[in-house]
Design a protein around this ligand. Structure first.
Ligand code: AMP
Ligand code: ZN
Length: 666
C-alpha cells in the first residue's frame, strides 16, 4: 500500500467510526483504538502535507483560529417559524392551508423543535464546504472551522447524495454534556453557564476551534434546500438525509390529520424530558413539497410550517423559608427555600424572589404552596401562590428591616427595587464580597487565591480590605487551613504579579457600584488616570459617552468616601497601575471624535477586533448596523451584500482598510 492509500484508508475508517459513534450511537471500536488510529493518521499527514484534505477526520481536533467570522449570503434564505400555543391556533392554521390548497388531502410531518443555534451546511460533491449561522436569514457568519470539529457533522457523505445542496439544522448541547461542562467550570472556580442554548450558540463564535472541539456539541438536521433534489416530501427528506450520513433525529411522525398532530404534541409535551436535549415544542410541516411550494412564504416564515410551543413547565411545592442574601454592594436578595420538587428534569430547592415588591405582589408567605416555573434560566422563579392551600393562621411576610449579616438597618432609596445594607465598611459579607470581586479573573486575576481563601484570611483577621492583600506575607498565610508552603508562596506571588494589571481593570476591581468592565474601560480612556477621575464632577462624568446619571453619582460617591481614599492611596503606594500605560496613551487620539463607524468583512493587516479597538482608541464609535448616522463603513473583503446596498442607499461612504489607516496617520 502506498502512503497515499494508507492515509486514504485511515481517513475512511475513522470517518466511519465517527459516524457509528456520534450519529448512530453504536461504537464498534474502543476509544483507545480510535485515538491510536487518529494519531497514526495525524503523523502521516504531518509527514506528507501534499495529501492534505479539508475533510480529513484530523480536522476534528481543531486548532485553527478564526479572527473574523466572514459574513456570507445564504444561497437559500433561512426563514423563521410562526408560533402557536394552543390546539385552536393549530386548527386555524390548518383551515388557512386548506383554503389556499383547495379540497385536497394534506399530510403533516411532525418533528421536535430543537432548542439551539440554527446552522446551514453547504455540501458539494459530498464534502462539507461551508457552515454559516442563520444571522438575519439572508446572510450569516461563516463558522466552518468550528463546525468541522463537531463529530456528528459529516465531513464526507455516503450514499446517493445530490451534487450540491444546503442542509439546515440546529447546533445543540445535550443536557448531560452541558451539566458536565458546568461541573468542570465550577471546579475551576468559574461561573457556570446559564443555559444550553446560549452556550451552544456562543460556542460557534469562539475564535479558537480547539476550544469548540472540547465542547460536547451536536448537530441535528431537519431540512434540505437546493434544486433538483428529487425529493417529494418532508418525511422522505428526513430519511434521505439520514441515509447520507446526517444525524437526523428519529422522533418524527407522518400524521394524516391535525388530530394525530395533537396526539404527537401532547405525547412529547409530557415526555420531553426523556430526550437527551432540550426541546421547547413541536414543528409541524406540510408533508408534500409540492403543496409547500404552492403555499409559499410570508415575509418571515413559511406558510407550510408551524411551531407549537410547549408551555413553560410548572410544579407546585411548599415554601419552607425565606432567606436573605447580601451581595458585595450591600444589595439584599430574598431567596425562597423550597420543599425539593422535580421540575423540568431537575430537583429544585431554591427560587429567586427578587425583592420586597415581588414578595408583596405575589403575597407569598412561609408555609404557602407555591407554583414554580422554569424558563431557559437556571434559577427558577415563583409565579403564584396556591391560595386554596393557605392555612388560616398564615401571616403576611414581613420583609427584614435589618441586615442578616451585620444587623445594620436596611435602606431603600427612592425608585429602587432593592433594599441595601448601608454598612459597606463593616458588613462582613460586603467586605469579603468586595475582596472576592477584586481578585476575580476579569479584575485583578490573582492566581493562587479563591473565594474561600478570602473568607479564611478575613476570619483570621489578616485582611479587612483589598489593600491588605498587598502586605500579606508567606509566614502569615502558611498556618491557614489547607495551606502548604507552596500554595502560600503562590498566593503571595500572585498578589505581587497583579501589580502589573492595567488601569482599566484596576478600576473595575475597585468594585464601584455600576462600574462594570465596559464602563471601567470607558472611564479609564476618558480620564487616563485615577487622579483626573477622582477630580471629575458629576456633570463632567455625565458628559462622557455612555455614562449616565446613575453611574456618575455612584463614582462621585465612591471617591467622596474617606475610607476609599485611604485604600486607594495605599494601593498606589504598593505600585498598582493607576494610569494608562505609555503605550496605551500613545495609541490614543481624538482624531475620530464624533465619527461613527460600521465595520464589515475581513481585513488584511488587522483583525476585526483590532480595527474596532483602533476606532475606539482614537475617539470614534463603533456601531453594529448602518444607519443615516453612520459616518463611514470600513469594508474588508467579502463585505456583506446587504450592508453594501444599505450603505449605498443611505449615501454612507464606504472606505477600505488602507483608507482607514491613512485617516489615522493624517
Ligand atoms: P424561532 O427562532 O422561534 O423563529 O424558531 C425557528 C427556528 O427553530 C428555526 O430557525 C430553527 O432553527 C429552529 N428549529 C428547531 N427545530 C426545528 C425543526 N424540527 N424544524 C424546523 N426548524 C427547527
Ligand atoms: Zn450588613
Amino acid at each position: 500500500m502506498s502512503i497515499e492509500q494508507k492515509i486514504e484508508s485511515l481517513r475512511k475508517e475513522l470517518n466511519e467510526h465517527n459516524y457509528k459513534y456520534y450519529v448512530l450511537d453504536q461504537p464498534s471500536i474502543s476509544d483507545y483504538e480510535f485515538d491510536m488510529k487518529l494519531k497514526e493518521l495525524q503523523q502521516l499527514e504531518t509527514e506528507h502535507p501534499e495529501f492534505y484534505d479539508p475533510a480529513s477526520p484530523t480536522i476534528r481536533v481543531g486548532g485553527m483560529v478564526t479572527k473574523n467570522f466572514e459574513t456570507v449570503a445564504h444561497e437559500h434564505r433561512m426563514y423563521s417559524l410562526d408560533n402557536s400555543y394552543s390546539k385552536e391556533d393549530l386548527e386555524d392554521w390548518e383551515k388557512r392551508i386548506q383554503r389556499i390548497l383547495g379540497d385536497v388531502e394534506v399530510e403533516f410531518t411532525c418533528e421536535l423543535k430543537y432548542d439551539g443555534a440554527s446552522i446551514s451546511l453547504t455540501y458539494e460533491e459530498g464534502k462539507l464546504i461551508r457552515a454559516v449561522t442563520r444571522g438575519d436569514g439572508f446572510q450569516g457568519d461563516d463558522v466552518t472551522t468550528n463546525i468541522k470539529t463537531i463529530r456528528s457533522v459529516p465531513l464526507q457523505l455516503k450514499g446517493d447524495y445530490p451534487p450540491k445542496f444546503d442542509i439546515r439544522g440546529e447546533i445543540i448541547l445535550t443536557l448531560e454534556g452541558f451539566a458536565k461542562m458546568n461541573q468542570e467550570r465550577i471546579e475551576a472556580g468559574e461561573d457556570p453557564y446559564m443555559n444550553p442554548r446560549n452556550t451552544a450558540s456562543g460556542s460557534l463564535k469562539l475564535q479558537d476551534s480547539a476550544l469548540v472541539a472540547q465542547r460536547p456539541l451536536e448537530c441535528l438536521l431537519y431540512s434540505v434546500a437546493g434544486s433538483n433534489l428529487g425529493i417529494s416530501s418532508q418525511f422522505e427528506m428526513l430519511e434521505k438525509a439520514r441515509s447520507w450520513g446526517f444525524k437526523v433525529p428519529t422522533v418524527a411522525k407522518l400524521c394524516k390529520s391535525t388530530k394525530e398532530v395533537m396526539q404527537f404534541a401532547d405525547y412529547w409535551d409530557s415526555h420531553r424530558h426523556s430526550m437527551p436535549f432540550e426541546t421547547d415544542g413541536v414543528v409541524v410541516k406540510v408533508n408534500s413539497i409540492q403543496q409547500q411550494e404552492e403555499l409559499g412564504y410570508t415575509a418571515k416564515s413559511p406558510r407550510w410550517a408551524m411551531a407549537y410551543k410547549f408551555q413553560a413547565e410548572q410544579a407546585s411545592t411548599v415554601l419552607n423559608e425565606i432567606t436573605y442574601q447580601v451581595g458585595r454592594t450591600g444589595a439584599i436578595t430574598p431567596v425562597a427555600n423550597l420543599q425539593p420538587v422535580l421540575l423540568a428534569g431537575t430537583t429544585v430547592k431554591r427560587a429567586s424572589l427578587h425583592n420586597a415588591d415581588q414578595i408583596a405582589k405575589l403575597d407569598v408567605r412561609v408555609g404557602d404552596t407555591v407554583f414554580v416555573e422554569k424558563g431557559g434560566e437556571i434559577i427558577p422563579k415563583i409565579i403564584a401562590v396556591d391560595f386554596s392551600k393557605r392555612s388560616a393562621d398564615s401571616k403576611p411576610t414581613e420583609y427584614i428591616t435589618h441586615c442578616p449579616e451585620c444587623a445594620t438597618e436596611l435602606i431603600r432609596k427612592e425608585g429602587e427595587a432593592q433594599h441595601f445594607c448601608p454598612n459597606d465598611t463593616g458588613c462582613p459579607t460586603q467586605i469579603t464580597g468586595r475582596i472576592q470581586h477584586f481578585i476575580s479573573r476579569k479584575a485583578m486575576d490573582i492566581e493562587g487565591m479563591g473565594s474561600e481563601t478570602v473568607e479564611l484570611l478575613f476570619k483570621q483577621g489578616l485582611i479587612a480590605n483589598y489593600a491588605d492583600l498587598y502586605t500579606l506575607t508567606k509566614e502569615q498565610v502558611v498556618p491557614l487551613e489547607r495551606m502548604a508552603d507552596k500554595s502560600a508562596e503562590n498566593l503571595v506571588n500572585g498578589v505581587a504579579a497583579s501589580k502589573a494589571i492595567p488601569f482599566e481593570r484596576v478600576l473595575f476591581a475597585l468594585g464601584i457600584r455600576y462600574v462594570g468592565e465596559t464602563v471601567a474601560k470607558k472611564l479609564a480612556k476618558a480620564y487616563k488616570n485615577i487622579d483626573a477621575l477622582m477630580a471629575a464632577s458629576q456633570e463632567e462624568l455625565v458628559a462622557v459617552d455612555e455614562i449616565g446619571e446613575r453611574i456618575a453619582e455612584s463614582v462621585v460617591n465612591f471617591f467622596s468616601e474617606p475610607a476609599n481614599l485611604v485604600i486607594i492611596d495605599r494601593l498606589k503606594s504598593y505600585g498598582l497601575q493607576f494610569s494608562l500605560s505609555e503605550e496605551q496613551l500613545e495609541n490614543q487620539t481624538d482624531k475620530l471624535k464624533g465619527q461613527i463607524f460600521v465595520v464589515s468583512g475581513v481585513f488584511e493587516t488587522v483583525s476585526r477586533d483590532e480595527l474596532k479597538k483602533m476606532i475606539e482608541d482614537n475617539g470614534g464609535k463603533v456601531a453594529s448596523s448602518i444607519s443615516s448616522k453612520t459616518s463611514f463603513v470600513v469594508a474588508g473583503d467579502n463585505m456583506g451584500p446587504s450592508k453594501k446596498t444599505k450603505a449605498e442607499s443611505l449615501g454612507v461612504p464606504i472606505i477600505s482598510e488602507q483608507e482607514f489607516l491613512q485617516k489615522l496617520q493624517a
